[in-house]
Design a protein around this ligand. Sequence first.
Ligand code: ADP
Length: 375
Amino acid sequence: MAAIKFDKVTKQYGKVQAIKEVTLGVKDREFMVLVGPSGCGKSTLLRMIAGLEEISMGELYIGDQVVNELPPKDRDIAIVFQNYALYPHMTAYENMAFGLKIRGMSKAVIHEKVMSAAAILGIEDLLGRKPKAMSGGQRQRIAIGRAIVREPRVFLFDEPLSNLDAKLRGQMRLEIARLHKKLQTTIVYVTHDQVEAMTLGDRIAVINQGVIQQVDTPDNLYRFPRNRFVAGFIGTPPMNFLDGKITQEEGDIIFRDEATGQIRVSVKNQAEIAAFLHQKVTMGIRPEHIYASAAKAGPKAIPFSAHIPMVERLGHECFAFLTIGNQQISARLLSEEVSNNLPATMDLYIEREKIHFFSAETGESLTTAPHEVVH
Ligand code: ADP
């Protein structure tokens, strides 16, 4: 078991700076998820921990040791890949045993370790099969089993569920969460899927263009995103953004949307937002915080009326696409609340407590939050 620390780590591929002075601490036994869009640098960070990628600048620690120059085989780390990377000519048992065999362990010890990992994963009946005779989910369990038998200090997962269908992905997600509880080992898990990140991570590092945007618990990322990127990346469907302006009306600091002026919000943290008087800001509101009734939207509900050209019905709930002037947003409503006769105009209400404001210039959140100090 071990903690991991990136200290101002940079990765340069020729002229491309894939990782920019990343400082990130993963605590001992923590489940840390690295999430971000394709190309943001998350696999590069993972491969650096495994020793498969050189570090251009900065230092990487595993435990108390700087490991920049330590070869992969000496790092005591196991990695589970997206494509399973099993040997096709070996049975599941042999695949799991192979790494131990080349380390010179006795047959009896290997047998005990393989059988114990197989029991943890419930794959005893697959041990005699070769990879081609197994489903994707079963192969992935063998690949995880192969990592478990090594009893590494750290487990690395590189998009392990991307090749599985949605149902199996959900199932494997639960298994990996259960496995972490059982093994109590440090895990660093890379995914581009924010739902996977939110359900698995003790903490999540959101990465964009080689820069860490925020490291926080799933709940804090959802409730207190530090900037517009995190706000838009975490949550499905994504947060709505409305451009507007901060003005002062009768001593009150007010946001009004730019398109129609009809969304009028008396801002909560007046003192901070007063600094943005007459400037452009972006208001953020999640689709699930827009309601069809004022009562549901809480004591200071913000009413507005929207044109609804289209709705996506998902049974009990629906996603209504709204136009406010020239801006598009979406709301998660109950199906029964939205007319079948579209397009229509509907009165809706925003829950004031759930509104975010961002600087239009930098994207930084203007709404104070009880952030944990990260790194
Ligand atoms: P992610 O895993 O988030 O999709 P990667 O870590 O694979 O992203 O890549 C980060 C960036 O580094 C991307 O812009 C990618 O094109 C670039 N990159 C990755 N590997 C190499 C390489 N071997 N040579 C040059 N550029 C690379």
